[in-house]
Design a protein around this ligand. Structure first.
Ligand code: 5GP
Length: 200
């Protein structure tokens, strides 16, 4: 039986690096590829980092009921398709989702046994420093992301587990231990996902 792991965090918490490292470490995990309307960043590959698409294409997918969840994040649309999860779980692997907290809550409503892990920054000040050092966003976008993060952090209590990314290696070890622990102990209710999929 396959599991669904959802990892969520405000941007700048080191989530992407942690998630990539984990999916490289464990062969049984495969990252889902989300759809987005945001512009491709330097170094990103269509179909690997995201399925990049126009807003019209995204809306068609919504109308076709292809998304298990979709959200507007930082003024762009992001969504996880049913097929991106099912294609992975059908191979017997566990699906690893890196999505925002609203997507995490939406999926937990449909699949309560999905395992949600929220990554926290050591502080909001540290989060701001990291976003500045990352150099991907303008000052305005950074301020916007930090104030949104402040709001988002309130939702961390709804996740099954939280990991503070103060020390990267420690956070990585905690995540790995959690995933192995849950892999051994819990199986996601895929029948429920399939039933939901069929009803759409
Ligand atoms: P970025 O544009 O920096 O890659 O991602 C911005 C935010 O969108 C991140 O918090 C990321 O986790 C979230 N995100 C990525 N894919 C999805 C998705 O399919 N659904 C939702 N709800 N959020 C997503």
């Amino acid at each position: 039986m396959s599991n669904i792991f959802i990892i969520s965090a405000p941007s700048g918490c080191g989530k992407t690096s942690l998630v990539r490292e984990i999916s490289r470490t464990y062969d049984f995990l495969e990252l889902t590829v989300s759809c987005t309307t945001r512009k491709m960043r330097r170094g990103e590959v269509d179909g690997e980092d995201y399925h990049f698409m126009t807003a019209e294409h995204f809306m068609t997918k919504i109308s076709n009921g292809e998304f298990i969840e979709h959200e507007s994040v930082y003024d762009n649309y992001y969504g996880t398709t049913f097929s991106s999860i099912i294609d992975i779980t059908n191979t017997g692997k566990d699906a690893l989702l890196e999505i925002d907290y609203k997507g995490m809550l939406a999926i937990k409503r449909i699949i309560p046994n999905a395992i949600s892990i929220y990554i926290l920054p050591p502080s909001l000040e540290e989060l701001k420093n990291r976003l500045i050092q990352r150099g991907l966003d303008t000052q305005e976008v950074i301020n916007n992301r930090v104030s949104k993060a402040e709001n988002e952090l309130r939702y961390s209590r709804f996740s099954d587990f939280t990991v503070i990314n103060d020390d990267y290696n420690l956070a990585l070890s905690s995540l790995k231990s959690l995933i192995l622990y849950k892999k051994i102990n819990q199986n996601t209710d895929l029948n429920r996902l399939n039933r939901h999929f069929e009803s759409c």
